[in-house]
Design a protein around this ligand. Sequence first.
Ligand code: ADP
Length: 403
Amino acid sequence: MKVLVINCGSSSIKYQLFDMPQKELLAKGLVEKVGEGKSILTHQHKGREFRSEVPVSNHEEGMKLIMKTLTDKETGAISDISRIDAVGHRVVHGGENFSGSVKITKDVLETIEEYADLAPLHNPPNLAGIMAISSILPDVVQAAAFDTAFHQTIPQKAYMYAIPRDLYEKFGIRRYGFHGTSHRFVARRAVTLMGKAKKETNVITCHLGNGCSITAVKNGKSVDTSMGLTPLEGLVMGTRSGDIDPAIIFYLAERQGMSTRDINTILNKKSGLLGVSGVSNDMRNVLEEASKGNDKAELAIEIFCYRIKKYIGAYTAVLGHVDAVAFTGGIGENSALIREKVLDGLECLGIRLDTNRNCDDSKAERLISSRDSKVDVFVIPTDEEGRIAYDTHKIASGKGEAG
Ligand code: ADP
């Protein structure tokens, strides 16, 4: 079965075509700058990369370009778009309605639309991607994998904010959590690597990419996570502040006359690694500047790692005992230095890194803790697209909800 996985952002479309169930990747690519005039398509197939500039004014045009590329004589992986059996979409916000991936129906579409208020940057492009596929491939089965779904098991004491209850009842204001597909995959891989039963194993998963979040997984279920109503809460990220005192917002608005729109831009786009270092939102650049003695870049790294360390301590208390800590995402998978700084001094929690294993820069999933560490520490490359393909295949084969 050929399964196409789609991840639509506001101005981009990422895609991967799999042959399932063997999860063979047939082709993948990215359309960037959708609606911005000069769009860029990058496409990979059989180890070759193709790049072209084609104006793409909306998601439907982008999707048509992807279909053309997938069926082209030179770049294509399939002879005709009718060979695509199912399409799986990453959808950011599913609210309280979905605890697993589902087949997209009219009701599901309505719910995704409903949650657009809470995820205005994400759900509308996700919907646009679904609508584009509906128009190009009207008979194909489409499935949605929600970033929020894995976190639906979080107990009320962890998802409710201590604010008037009617704000939850009227507006749905609570912690939802994101990156769920990644946390779910990484926690399960860690359990498999330990050879333990999911039902008796606790894992702390650290997804450190452009967006960063950390999750406490108890017996296979998410019981707390750092992102909240939106992906702004929690860890320090490339351009997002993570946790701050909410009074900072009133101070900036009331005392400094800033608009809520400007404050939103500051906290979401100008903070985090970028805001503190003044250098970049990209960890590689910040690390490089710090190695040249740039104090601000060094401080950005210190704040980034300290925040993660604090959450590991908190989630150890939440879980009672921790079997493993797992790192994933561009930073978590690739930076030995960040992992070392995060875990430095956590011997008190039974966590000891093996320096050689930590510095081994193979891309494979691996154990990086020392033999005498009570807690296993893993690097596990995430595979969100592979999970979405798996769920979509399951749904399209008529085996019901997945996840
Ligand atoms: P996204 O969240 O958009 O999927 P990624 O998971 O690819 O992003 O993570 C991007 C982040 O990973 C960037 O900050 C980038 O600098 C960082 N990164 C990638 N490779 C390395 C590396 N070798 N060392 C440190 N950071 C890295």
